[in-house]
Design a protein around this ligand. Structure first.
Ligand code: FEO
Length: 165
């Protein structure tokens, strides 16, 4: 079984992952509103991926014989000043999630919960990928600048994202 402290920490992380799903769905809605269907599609898939991250933690807590306790999900931001502001927010958010995962790993190691440490390594690797994707996207958006034509091309590119990407 997990310690009470670890159970609470993993439940908090379930909430953080579902908040991420909510935030990216809100970004998807924003992109629909300002008519960038490709960015909206990319964000919707990202939102689904975050639901999977939450569900994986949920299954783990149950598998250890502990309890899942779902808390309210905070209302996400729903307006941004520009496309670049949204992608900047994604990178900052992923950096925050990385720090949450690192805190969980530290807790697992300091309490000799090696099974949870091993489980969390999937998230450690995933965060490297998440930050890399966020940095790549932001770099492309920055290079496009104010060019509507380049943003149109990028919207098309991100619109080709498939479920497993
Ligand atoms: Fe679940 Fe985007 O980290």
């Amino acid at each position: 079984m997990l310690s009470e402290k670890m159970e609470k920490a993993l439940n908090d992380q379930i909430n953080a992952e579902f908040y991420s799903a909510y935030l990216y769905l809100s970004m998807s809605a924003y992109f629909e509103e300002i008519e960038y269907p490709g960015f909206a599609h990319w964000m919707k898939l990202q939102s689904k991926e975050e639901e999977d991250h939450g569900a994986k933690l949920y299954e783990y807590v149950i598998s250890r014989g502990n309890n899942v306790s779902l808390e309210s999900i905070e209302k996400p931001q729903d307006k941004w000043d520009s496309v670049e502001a949204v992608f900047t927010h994604v990178l900052e958010h992923e950096q925050l999630v990385t720090s949450l995962i690192n805190d969980l790993v530290e807790l697992a190691i300091s309490t000799k919960d090696y099974a949870t440490n091993q489980f969390l390594q999937w998230y450690v690797a995933e965060q490297v990928e998440e930050e890399e994707n966020a940095r790549d996207n932001l770099g492309k958006i920055k290079r496009a600048g104010d060019s509507k034509d380049l943003l149109f091309l990028l919207d098309n590119e991100l619109g080709t994202r498939r479920e497993e990407d």
